[in-house]
Design a protein around this ligand. Structure first.
Ligand SMILES: [Zn+2]
Length: 412
């Protein structure tokens, strides 16, 4: 179950830090939290922290965090070690994965994640004694956006101790990745951003290109999953390069993936059709639309002049057959969880769980699904898929589905 992902939790944390420490850098945060399994009530939808920055000098620091709606918060200092804690109602953090690591004289590190279902936390490890000079949550411009503002002022140790709480060691955020590998088992998830390089995939009327949407979504999802500390995440491509269907599938097999999610945003002939869809493998296909899509997708390798490799489908060994059946069951089970989870937050196509003969889903021992985020042939879908907030929401829902899928095996 080894993995070769780039990021890892360290860089995860690092980028968070970056968020804070940045000298005026705006980050797109994108990291969810929460385990509310099926919570259709809108009240239960977590807030999204979609941007954060930290500015300041040797004596002061100002942390700004932007939310898509009002959040409940509590801010306090903790001693031993020195930390500033921001407890929040359930929040999804969406972090720009490309953020550079930065440093600040007052803050050594910043982490965020789920504290417990319904509660999230940002923790700043302090490099100096500080006091909170000001804190406020303000409505920003129109809409429902709110900005949390926290001003820190360098202080003496004595002043810090006057206000700091004693640590009550019950809170270690569960989504912060463990610093060593002796924790519970990690699951390997392969994320496969559809298309790339010469194969751009579908293109929308507003200019969206499938290969870009799939890559940006997948990177956000990786960030969110890594923040949970329970997953090794491997991408089949990290940048705008062509990767054959065969090698995507081989990646999943080589790393012994526990789950593979291939992400697309294709076009359909029928422009009115829209909404997310989750596909699993089947030779026959659940319907004409699914079959047409699979045919089109399986031709992707032709762009590079490649032929699809042959996968031996003759079942001569009963063990292989059993493995396939088990894989199929897992794939369908995940697809169902995924559809249920998606249904709580975004629009789905009619009959959102479909199947067809997608080549990339054929690793016999890897549960695999293909997620169509939406269809670029539909302008409404295109608009949504270009929106950072929408992507953040779908990342959160997908992450929850993944957590739900592995939960019985997490044994915590
Ligand atoms: Zn596609």
């Amino acid at each position: 179950m080894l993995i070769i992902s780039t990021g890892k939790h360290c860089s995860q944390t690092a980028s968070l830090i970056a968020a804070a420490l940045a000298a005026m850098v705006l980050l797109c945060l994108h990291i969810p939290s929460t385990l509310a399994q099926s919570a259709p009530e809108t009240e239960k939808v977590p807030a999204i922290a979609f941007a954060a920055r930290l500015v300041g000098d040797d004596n002061r620091a100002r942390l700004l965090v932007d939310f898509d709606k009002k959040v409940d918060y509590e801010i306090y200092l903790l001693d031993d070690p020195k930390r500033l804690i921001v407890d929040l109602s359930e929040t999804v953090f969406s972090l720009n994965p490309d953020a550079k690591r930065l440093s600040s004289p007052l803050v050594a590190d910043i982490r965020q994640g789920t504290l417990e279902p319904g509660k999230s936390r940002i923790a700043l490890d302090l490099a100096q004694s500080v006091v909170v000079e000001k804190k406020a949550l303000r409505k920003v411009s129109s809409g429902n956006r709110h900005r949390l503002i926290i001003d820190l002022l360098k202080s003496s140790d004595a002043d810090f101790l006057k206000v700091a709480r004693k640590p009550v060691e019950t809170f270690r955020p569960i989504t912060v990745a463990p610093r060593n590998t002796s924790g519970p088992k990690k699951f390997t998830v392969v994320l496969d951003p559809g298309h790339g390089g010469a194969d751009g995939g579908a293109a929308g009327r507003r200019g969206a290109i499938e290969k870009e949407i799939t890559l940006s979504f997948v990177k956000r999802l990786r960030t969110a999953l890594e923040a949970e500390g329970r997953f090794n995440v491997v991408l089949t491509r990290e940048n705008d390069s062509f990767v054959s269907l065969g090698s995507r599938l081989e990646t999943a097999r080589n790393v012994k993936a526990d789950l593979m999610i291939s992400v697309h945003a294709d076009s359909l002939r029928q422009r009115s059709i829209r909404g997310a869809t989750v596909y699993t493998l089947s030779e026959r296909g659940s319907d004409a639309l699914a079959r047409a899509l699979a045919r089109k997708q399986n031709r992707a390798d032709l762009v590079a002049g490649l032929e699809l490799p042959k996968i031996d489908t003759d079942v001569t060994d009963i063990l292989i057959d059993l493995t396939r059946r088990e894989t199929e069951a897992f794939s369908k089970s995940f697809a169902r969880i995924m559809v249920d989870q998606m249904a709580t937050g975004i629009r789905l196509i009619g009959n959102p769980q479909r199947s067809a003969d997608f080549f990339v889903l054929k690793a016999p021992e890897v549960p695999s699904v293909l997620l169509e985020l939406g269809y670029l042939s539909n302008e409404e879908d295109e608009k949504l898929m270009q929106s950072e907030q929408w992507q953040a929401k779908v990342v959160e829902l997908t992450k929850l589905a993944i957590l739900g899928f592995f939960k019985p095996r997490m044994g915590q």
